[in-house]
Ligand binder design. Sequence first.
Ligand code: DQA
Length: 142
Amino acid sequence: DTVFVLNGPNLNLLGTREPEIYGSDTLADIEASLVEQARGLGLAVDFRQTNHEGVLVDWLHEARASGAKAVLLNAGAYTHTSIALLDAIRAIGVPVIEVHLSDPARREAFRHVSYVGMAAVDEVKGLGARSYAVALDKAAAL
Ligand code: DQA
């Protein structure tokens, strides 16, 4: 089984981007450790990043078309703005787990709304890079 791990805008800058908030791991570090963890769980991960909202929509559709077991989605700031992502998650019938490095609920008010969360089956946030690891364990258990 394959789990899609989809990352949105600015997450390509992890490692140097506001490390006091997001930590010092790069996205490549997170990918490497998830690939390793997935192997132990008997899963494959398809790990991607884009800065473009519509590309995330396309990839969610692809998750359905390819029969993915689940999607881990860190949509970055689109989490808080994108009705298109909400609709896509509702449309695909593949379980989506919302992931964040930081805890948006403890940050600015504009991060307190999550359109992704309105359709996701679960969420993991505030654990830094470990949020992805915990979310992958949850996906494996689905
Ligand atoms: C984030 C939280 C979002 O509010 C922010 O826009 C991001 C990263 C996180 O992983 O903590 O880009 O999704």
